[in-house]
Design a protein around this ligand. Structure first.
Ligand SMILES: Cc1cc2nc3c(=O)[nH]c(=O)nc-3n(C[C@H](O)[C@H](O)[C@H](O)COP(=O)(O)OP(=O)(O)OC[C@H]3O[C@@H](n4cnc5c(N)ncnc54)[C@H](O)[C@@H]3O)c2cc1C
Length: 457
């Protein structure tokens, strides 16, 4: 590998390459708990031409490249599991244009998601996707993982906002796909294919993201229930009611207990299920407020609270974002999955989770984007005797929710974490087709190899 480093040092300035082991360590990890994989070097491009050169050299000298945004991924997509070169987009972090007439932004892939939201807001425009990591993750990473967040319920996930991109294929061809119009049917939809491709097909160098007009002021209703399944039923009732919230989130009793008392979140004792419902128009629309309140009353709540001004609402969301870290801090081991199921199967899924946990002597916590059928399911173990059951719990979960028509991942992607479970969800022919697509884009398997598609396909 030393020759390749010399080659890159000759080609690019010293400031663009990291080779010291100490400085490589942060690039060998992400937020997936999959361990450390050190690359031979990290390359920090400042423009697309340099990406083109790297991809040309990689094919010529047959070394691997792993694209990396800001390393917040939860499925190991940015881990250089075969060594080689990590290409980190932290210096390509410029918003190049916001077109107020046609409502789109042109950005480099390293732009932090929150920075795009703020820049759009300055022009009275809105970029809705809101992963909980929005102040630490990049648009490139969001596109590669098709990231979502609470607002996906009303506004959709990243895919709905990706109009097109410039990208580089392994071998160095740089080209553009997609369009600046919102609609279009012109050949295979390669833009959609790139969204969720986890850095395995092409390296994004410029992204064209749709913006929308800013929404009306919103407010939050917190509805508390005696059981998680009652909250699940509450979600189903709301889904059928015609009310269309911006976000519709749910927490079970264990998730609630881990954030109870954080400012903004104080459910009454005995609460075992909660819904967070954010609705446009609430603060000023009394008729809407009373009709939604009536609707919640009819679903068996124990209590209801409202957060109508921005600081109060921020406190609610801040508390909700802390569930994952609190669970991690307070248990010896946790395995966390982000399954999605048909929306009508939410109640059954909650039963499945508690059933699996009980049978295997584990605790469970489920919370998340229930309006979309997307639940963060956590299996928790605090004793050596039950640690070994965690993997089994996850396997059983995947088998049972896939039988309901669900999916292994609602938003975190497959990476290396869930690769071995792919054949539970996909039939062998689909997996072979995925391998063929990978071959068409990257015949020598040099771009982020070992991700998504399981071994044997
Ligand atoms: C506290 C926390 C909360 C989170 N909450 C959410 C949430 O609510 N919703 C959600 O969807 N996710 C969430 N995540 C997961 C994570 O933030 C997202 O997956 C995010 O999209 C990753 O962005 P990143 O910039 O960190 O990408 P990375 O982790 O660096 O990379 C992710 C993938 O993108 C690829 N990639 C990155 N840049 C490029 C590029 N230029 N070209 C091609 N491929 C590229 C990488 O190869 C990798 O496969 C959360 C993570 C944390 C730590």
């Amino acid at each position: 590998m030393i020759d390749i480093i010399e080659l890159l040092q000759r080609e690019f300035g010293a400031g663009q390459l990291i080779t010291d082991e100490d400085r490589l360590i942060p690039y060998g990890k992400d937020e997936s708990d999959n361990g450390l994989y050190l690359p031979a070097a990290v390359f920090l491009p400042t423009d697309a031409l340099q990406v083109e050169v790297l991809c040309t050299l990689a094919l010529e000298h047959k070394f691997c490249i792993t694209p990396r945004g800001l390393g917040t991924g939860k499925s190991g997509g940015a881990l250089p599991i075969n060594g080689g070169i990590v290409i980190s987009f932290e210096k390509m972090n410029h918003i190049l244009d916001i077109d107020e007439e046609s409502l789109f932004a042109v950005v480099e892939p390293g732009v932090i998601t929150l920075d795009l939201q703020k820049a759009a807001l300055e022009q009275h425009l809105f970029y809705p996707p809101d992963p909980a990591s929005l102040d630490q993750c990049s648009i490139g990473g969001n596109v590669a993982e098709n990231a979502g967040g609470p607002r996906a319920f009303r506004y959709g996930v990243t895919r709905e906002y990706l109009l097109g991109m410039e990208l580089v294929r392994m071998g160095g061809e740089r080209f553009s796909i997609g369009k600046k119009s919102v609609k279009g049917v012109s050949g295979y939809d390669m833009t959609a294919l790139m969204c969720g491709s986890e850095g395995t097909l092409g390296v994004f160098t410029r992204l064209l993201m749709k913006l929308i007009p800013v929404h009306r002021p919103s407010g939050i209703i917190l509805a508390y229930y005696p059981t998680a399944t009652a909250a699940g039923k509450g979600i189903s009732t709301l889904l059928r009611s015609g009310v269309f919230p911006m976000s519709l989130e749910m927490l079970d009793g264990t998730a609630i207990d881990h954030i109870r008392g954080i400012e903004g979140f104080n459910p009454p004792a005995g609460t075992q299920g909660a819904i967070i419902c954010e609705l446009e128009g609430l603060p000023e629309d009394d008729a809407l407020l009373s009709s939604v309140a009536d609707l919640f009353e009819s679903t068996g709540i124990t209590e209801m609270r409202a957060a109508m001004d921005v600081p109060d609402m921020n406190r609610v969301w801040e508390a909700r974002r802390r569930v994952s870290t609190r669970l991690k801090e307070m248990h010896l081991k946790k395995l966390s999955e982000d399954i999605a199921v048909p929306r009508g199967a939410m109640e059954e899924t909650l039963h499945i989770v508690s059933d699996i946990a009980r049978n295997l002597g584990l605790e469970s916590a489920s919370y998340g984007h229930a309006g979309d059928g997307n639940l963060h399911v956590n299996f928790l173990s605090d004793s050596e005797d039950t640690h070994k059951n965690l993997e089994r719990a996850v396997m059983e979960l995947f088998v049972r929710i896939c039988a309901l028509g669900g999916t292994l991942s609602g938003e975190h992607g497959i990476g290396i974490s869930k690769r071995k479970y792919m054949n539970i969800e996909h039939d062998p022919f689909s997996l072979k087709m995925m391998r063929q697509m990978k071959k068409a884009w990257d015949p020598h398997n040099l771009l982020n190899p070992g991700k998504i598609i399981p071994e044997g396909y």
